[in-house]
Structures are given as structure tokens and as C-alpha cells.
Design a protein around this ligand. Structure first.
Ligand code: CBF
Length: 797
């Protein structure tokens, strides 16, 4: 797109919409003009692209996910359109700073963490790689809550993002769909055969809004379709007249709740009725629309899997399986066996966690009245599946395999049975799935299971978040890596080039200074950019073990204060949201703040260590922190983090991983080798053995002086009138994720970090090796694997 064309469009918009020129416009008006102009440009590109796709009739993928953590769109779109520099200059000529305009855009928080961000990285990568794909989700009015810290405690505030975020969306009122809840099902034998009718249901209208997804310098424009729930008819007048007032406005009440807000829980499953409604709502709307379009185009659904690949992103969209069956059986008259063949050939499922509490289970009592027809289909799928298992001559118990068991519907089992492919998200995680979590299923369907290691949108996480590093790399090794991250390995040739290493360190320093300024402005804490920036940014969860990190800081505090330790200065940076109902996670946030406060009050200790907790972690904040990190803390208990993707973003930006052999850390370790990473802690089989043997945290307390002194010291801590005995009691009696078992080994690894950092050049080389070997963690690589091995879709030519 030519600069002039964009300028003209922006000015035309300002004139038409506000009757002003760019010279007299406000920042807010320029923001709106830019967002709308870019959206218009993408719509035009999309039109041309769709015409092409219609001609080729090629297969497309549909990525169904309750969460897409898109991040800000304006900079990404200008970057992808290749006009960011020009627009920056044009705005500067008119006295506007593009960065300030970017800051006006809300960061759409339509996801909780890794899962949602991965979905967005994949849409970006698929589009940049020219694969035809559509994302489906919900237009949550309120995204993930805004986190405010008050006296060290997390407080949650609603995040209404649509006010300024709506300019990126295209409303498609031509494609509204009705979704039905409640009522009852009548099955009849008629002269046309067996029919099923859903009666007395409550109707909700699904209204589509499209967020257009641009690709990096491509003609491809894909869509993220977000459904908003509306009551189809305000009041049900018949019920109203009969005096059934509450029932008469039922649809309105349901509709207004469905797309109101994102469930603010990560790696947990809160068995709430509203969540079932949300899931069915967006799945049903998406599938109805897609099936209708397919039928209109081909006159049959028999060939659905030749043109459509449906993806279940974690179990949340698992209802797609019975919903597609419903459409095929009830609306298009297919027989069960045919419908089942079409369904299973079309669906594939990715599992993102083995945490038992996150494998969704729905109580039959909750589910059945809400979705009577879907329930009856799941029952039938279960019946046939259980019979099939018996026919295989395997003696698995129902507990191991059944979809409905103990009055609960197990959505992971439904997803596996209803899909032709199941994958995990890192090598280790996929191995755990087949060897343990889904062992029986893997024996029943040996060719169904596979692995696709996660990847990240490197154009955002390097190109946009760290333009200083990206432009230096372009100078040094050419710009091929922007399109193809594997080319970044050329940087390895400069490992022994002192000038290059020094230049990379200079860039890191710039990013650290920028972050230091941000920290000063948001928390009032002054940090030293020369200190090690030791970063742990992710959701707050016990298994991620922010508590282990905190324990080590307390250990250092004691050593500095009482034992003469004078370590290399270090700034420990945390950012994390805790689910609103997760008290232990909130307690850990408070504990971290209290440690920070205790250090700030100590003249001696604060010279060496600082603790900073940056509130309201989100994509935009991650883009500030990640490029500035020296150490990437990936310290989850081995076997618990399915993959992690922050670890990849940090590695790409030159941070050294300090981690357990968990999730994708294992593959980062393989990529950089022993010498460029700090690995510690128990490995998965050791963790399993320890659990089996009976983990006794107090034995570690009794046998380790370091642990004993640290925990005893915590008992003496009083900060702001609060004591932290409960932390010690928790560790000694529960320690669910074995912080104490890994403590000594973690301290030793931290000592190695400190020692290594003193050799600046060595550190610089290690950092270079990390950036240079991050190529395999590009989402471009991951989506190419999905496209070829799972969806069987081709690039648009
Ligand atoms: O696969 C993407 C990410 O998903 C999670 O965040 C999830 O919500 N299940 C996992 O916890 C991460 O390990 C994983 O990287």
C-alpha cells in the first residue's frame, strides 16, 4: 500500500467523520481514522482473496477456541502491510507520535494466558504463511479483568475494551444465526423415517463481528469471527400475557450473560452453567454457518472433510462433535454411521494441559436440561463407543475410557473419540499424554496421537517488540529471518565476534533502560539497568512455582543481611494475574509484594536485590518486559507445564532460560545445548516416583539447612503488620508442587547464573546462541505441521 494512498484515506476519514483536517485533529480522532482506514484496506484485500479461494474451492481450516489473546492490532497491521515507517513519518510531519496513537488502542483481553495467545500467534502465522483459516470465538464485552494491586493484594476491575476496540471490527449483520437452549426433544417415527424435534426452546441470536487478520507482506487476509449474543425477540409476548414474567424475558437474560465476560480462570475448570452456554453458543453458531455455506456451495455434506478441517483448541469447543452430528442427523437427514464418519474425519483436537482440574467435566444434571438434544447425542456416542471398546477385546474399565461416567460428561474423552487426530503441544507433554493421561486411548487408537510443539509469532515478539534488535539483525544477517525464522541461525557465525556480542549487549541495555523507566513510572521503584533482569511472567499458579522463586529471594535476603553475601545485583521482575477465586495464588502475590517492601526498607539489601511486581500483565506489557530480560524463569514442576510459550519469546530475545526439564524447556535445552541454559530440579519420572512414594516436605526441611533457615526466617517476617506463617505451614504440610524438593538444586542453579553473569562476554555469547537457535520455535513452523499432518490444507497461491 502506498503511503500517499493511506494519507489520503486518513484525511478523507477525518473530513467525513469529524469535519476536520489532520492539522486540527486530536490523537483520539487520528487513532479512529487510522484504525478504520486499515480495516477498510484489509476488507478490500479480503474481498480479492476470497474471490481467489472461491475459484480454487480449496480446503480451509477453522480454529475453534474460547480464547484469542490478540494483542493490539494497529501496529501489527501497519507492520504487516509494510507501511509502519511511512505512517510514522507522515504523522510526525503533522506533530503526532505514532507510539502515542498505538497506546490509545485497548489490548483486547479475550483470553487468559498461553492458550489464548497461542491461538492468536497461530492465526497470524497461518495468514503470513498464506493458509486459509478462520478463527471462531466469542465477542466478550469484558475481557480478562484489569489487575490493580492494592497494598500488595490483587484487585480485579472490569475491562471494557469495545469502546475504543470496536474500530477494528466489521459487523456482519447478513450472517446472524439462531442458537437454541433448553426445551425438550421429541423423537417420532414418521413415514419419512425417524425424526427428532427440539421443542419449547429458548432462542438466542448470534451476531457476527469479524476481526480481519493481516499477514506479513502477503495478499492473504483471514478472519477471526467473534459472536455476540442477543435475545432474538425482546419479550416472549405469549408468556408475558400469561403472567409468566420471568420466563418471558429468559432469552434476554441468557443472551446478555453469554457474551458478557471471559471466564477469568486459567488451567482450572469451573463447572458453571454459563460456561456451558458460552461454549455451545459459539460452537453452534460457527458450525451452523459453516455447514450451511458448505451445503449451498456443494449441495452435499458428504465431502465436508475434503474442504473443511475443524480444530478443537483444548476441550472448550468439544461440543462441536455432537453439534455437527446434530446438524447432519436432524437438519440434513444423514444416518448415524455416515454422520459419524463425516464428523470424525473433520475434527482434530489439541490438548493443552494434563492438570486434572482443567480437563473439563460437566455434570449430567447441569448439562441435560440446558442442551437436551446435544446430551442425547453424547449419550449415543458414549453407548456406541463403550460397545466398540468391548468389541476390541480390551478390558478397560468404564472409568478409564467412558465419555459419560459417574454422572459426568468428560469432554477430553469426547474430543478424542470424535476426532481423527489428537496432539499435545511439546514433545514431553505429548509423551505424557500417550504414556499416562490418555494411555488407554492411545492403545485403542494407536495412530491418532501425535505432537506439534508450540510456536510464537516472531514478527510480533521480535520484529515489533524489539525493533532495535530486529533492525541490527537485518543489518548483520539480512532480513530473511523475518519471513523465515530458521534463517536466524546465521547469527551463530558471529558467536566469537566480540563486536557483535558487544552490540547485542548494547541493545539489551537499551531495552533494560526502557523497562527501568516503565518500572519507575508504574511502581515508583528505581532499578539498576546494570543488574541482572531476572524475569518470571506468566499466570500465577502453584504449579508454575512463583513461590519457589520467592523463597530463593528470601534466602538471598538472609544471606546478604546476616552472612556477608555480596551478590551480583539483581532485579527480580514478576508479572502475573491470579484467577479471581484462587486464594493461594493471591496470597503468593501478596507475599511477593511483602518481600519487595521488606527489601526496599533495608539499606544494605536493596543495594543488591530488588523485587518488582508489574501489575496487569497482558500482551502489551509482555512486549515491554520480554526484550529486557536476562534470565527467563521457567521453573514449573517437571511434567506440569504442557509447553509454555513465554519461554520461547524470552529465548528469542536473548534471555537465558533457568528452568526445569518441563514442557518446551526440554526442546529449548536441545536447541541451545547444556552450556547455554541453566537446568535444575527433579525430572518427570522422579517427580512421579516421589508422589508414588509419598512426598514428605518436612523431611526436606529437616535435612536441609538452607531450607530450614529460609522457612524459619519467613516465620519471623512481619511486613505491614502481616506475618507469613501460612506460607511456611503450606510448604511443610502440602507443598503440592514440591518447591522444597527442588529448592537446593534451584539455589545452586541461581548461584551459577550469578557467577556466569560476571563474565560479560560469555554471557553475551550464551545470549546470542539463544537468539540464533530460536528458529524452530516460530509459529510458522508449528502451523506448517498442523497444515500438513493434521488438516491437510495447502497454501493459497
Ligand atoms: O499450549 C498453549 C499453552 O496452554 C496453556 O496455557 C493452557 O492453558 N493449557 C498451558 O498451560 C501452557 O503450557 C501452553 O503453552
Amino acid at each position: 500500500m502506498k503511503q500517499q494512498e493511506l494519507e489520503q484515506r486518513i484525511e478523507k476519514y477525518l473530513k467525513r467523520q469529524f469535519g476536520i483536517t489532520i492539522q486540527s485533529a486530536s490523537k483520539r480522532q487520528v487513532y479512529e481514522a487510522l484504525m478504520s482506514t486499515v480495516r477498510e484496506k484489509l476488507s478490500e484485500k479480503k474481498f480479492v482473496y476470497e474471490q481467489e479461494l472461491k475459484k480454487t474451492k480449496q480446503k480451509r481450516a477453522y480454529y475453534m477456541s474460547m480464547e484469542f489473546l490478540v494483542g493490539r492490532t494497529l501496529r501489527n497491521n501497519l507492520f504487516n502491510l509494510g507501511v509502519e515507517k511511512e505512517i510514522k513519518e507522515y504523522l510526525a510531519e503533522n506533530n503526532f507520535d505514532l507510539d502515542e496513537i498505538y497506546d490509545i488502542e485497548p489490548d483486547p483481553g479475550l483470553g487468559n494466558g498461553g492458550l489464548g495467545r497461542l491461538a492468536s500467534c497461530y492465526l497470524d502465522a497461518l495468514t503470513s504463511s498464506d493458509y486459509p483459516v478462520t478463527g471462531f470465538s466469542i465477542l466478550y464485552e469484558y475481557g480478562i479483568f484489569k489487575q490493580v494491586i492494592n497494598n500488595g493484594w490483587q484487585q480485579e476491575f472490569p475491562d471494557y475494551w469495545l469502546d475504543l476496540g470496536k474500530y477494528g471490527l466489521v459487523y456482519r449483520n447478513d450472517e446472524e444465526i439462531e442458537v437454541r437452549f433448553y426445551g425438550h426433544v421429541e423423537e417420532k417415527m414418521t413415514e419419512n423415517g425417524f425424526t427428532v424435534e427440539h421443542k419449547d426452546y429458548t432462542s438466542i441470536q448470534a451476531e457476527p463481528y469479524d476481526l480481519l487478520i493481516s499477514g506479513y507482506k502477503t495478499k492473504t487476509v483471514n478472519t477471526l469471527r467473534l459472536w455476540e449474543a442477543k435475545a432474538k425477540t425482546g419479550f416472549n409476548m405469549k408468556l408475558f400475557e400469561r403472567g409468566e414474567y420471568s420466563k418471558s424475558s429468559e432469552a434476554e437474560a441468557i443472551a446478555s450473560s453469554i457474551s458478557k465476560l471471559l471466564y477469568p480462570a486459567d488451567s482450572t475448570n469451573e463447572g458453571k452453567e454459563l460456561r456451558i452456554k458460552q461454549q455451545y453458543f459459539f460452537i453452534s453458531a460457527s458450525l451452523q454457518q459453516l455447514v450451511k455455506n458448505h451445503y449451498n456451495e456443494f449441495g452435499t455434506l458428504e465431502n465436508l472433510s475434503e474442504h473443511v478441517a475443524l480444530h478443537i483448541n483444548d476441550t472448550h469447543p468439544a461440543m462441536g462433535v455432537p453439534e455437527l452430528m446434530r446438524l447432519l442427523l436432524d437438519e440434513y437427514g444423514y444416518y448415524w454411521d455416515k454422520a459419524w464418519e463425516i464428523t470424525t474425519k473433520t475434527f482434530a483436537y489439541t490438548n493443552h494441559t494434563i492438570m486434572a482440574e482443567a480437563l473439563e467435566k460437566w455434570s449430567v444434571d447441569l448439562f441435560k436440561p440446558l442442551l437436551p438434544r446435544i446430551y442425547s447425542i453424547i449419550e449415543e456416542i458414549n453407548k456406541r463407543f463403550c460397545q466398540w471398546v468391548i468389541d476390541q477385546g480390551k478390558d478397560y474399565t468404564l472409568e478409564e475410557t467412558a465419555i459419560i461416567y459417574d454422572n459426568q460428561i468428560r469432554m477430553a474423552n469426547l474430543s478424542i473419540v470424535g476426532s481423527h487426530n489428537v496432539n499435545g503441544v511439546s514433545k514431553l507433554h505429548s509423551d505424557i499424554l500417550v504414556e499416562s493421561t490418555f494411555r488407554a486411548f492411545n492403545e485403542l487408537y494407536p495412530s491418532k496421537f501425535g505432537n506439534v510443539t508450540n510456536g510464537i509469532a516472531h514478527r510480533r515478539w521480535l520484529g515489533q517488540a524489539n525493533p532495535e534488535l530486529a533492525s541490527y539483525l537485518k543489518e548483520l544477517i539480512g532480513d530473511d529471518f523475518v519471513k523465515d525464522l530458521s534463517k536466524i541461525s546465521k547469527l551463530n557465525d558471529y558467536k566469537n565476534d566480540k563486536k557483535v556480542v558487544a552490540k547485542l549487549q548494547e541493545i539489551k541495555k537499551i531495552k533494560k533502560e526502557q523497562l527501568a523507566t516503565y518500572i519507575q513510572n508504574t511502581t515508583g521503584i528505581t532499578v539498576n539497568p546494570e543488574s541482572i533482569f531476572d524475569v518470571q511472567v506468566k499466570r500465577l499458579h502453584e504449579y508454575k512455582r512463583q513461590l519457589l522463586n520467592a523463597l530463593h529471594i528470601v534466602y538471598l535476603y538472609r544471606e546478604i543481611k546476616y552472612n556477608g553475601l555480596r551478590p551480583v545485583p539483581r532485579t527480580f521482575i514478576f508479572a502475573a494475574k491470579a484467577s479471581s477465586g484462587y486464594q493461594m495464588a493471591k496470597n503468593i502475590i501478596k507475599f511477593i509484594h511483602s518481600i519487595s517492601q521488606m527489601i526496599e526498607c533495608d539499606e544494605l539489601v536493596r543495594e543488591y536485590i530488588k523485587v518488582v511486581f508489574l501489575p496487569d500483565y497482558k500482551v502489551t506489557l509482555a512486549e515491554k518486559i520480554i526484550p529486557a530480560a536476562d534470565i527467563s524463569e521457567q521453573i514449573s514442576q517437571a511434567g506440569k507445564e504442557a509447553s509454555g510459550t513465554g519461554n520461547m519469546k524470552l529465548m528469542l530475545n536473548g534471555a537465558l532460560t533457568l528452568g526445569t526439564l518441563d514442557g518446551a524447556n526440554v526442546e529449548i535445552h536441545e536447541a541451545v545445548g547444556d552450556d547455554n541454559i541453566f537446568i535444575f530440579g527433579l525430572e518427570t519420572p522422579e517427580v512421579d516416583a516421589l508422589y508414588a512414594h509419598g512426598y514428605k516436605p518436612w523431611e526436606y526441611y529437616n535435612n536441609s539447612v538452607k531450607i530450614k533457615e529460609t522457612l524459619d526466617f519467613i516465620r519471623t517476617m512481619t511486613v505491614g503488620g502481616m506475618n507469613f506463617n501460612f506460607i511456611v505451614d503450606y510448604l511443610l504440610t502440602q507443598d503440592n508442587y514440591m518447591c522444597l524438593a527442588d529448592f537446593e538444586s534451584y539455589v545452586a542453579a541461581q548461584e551459577k547464573v550469578a557467577e556466569t553473569y560476571q563474565d560479560k562476554e560469555k554471557w553475551g555469547q550464551m545470549s546470542l546462541v539463544n537468539t540464533a537457535n530460536a528458529g524452530i520455535f516460530s509459529a510458522d513452523r508449528s502451523v506448517a505441521e498442523y497444515a500438513k499432518d493434521i488438516w491437510n490444507i495447502k497454501k493459497v497461491k
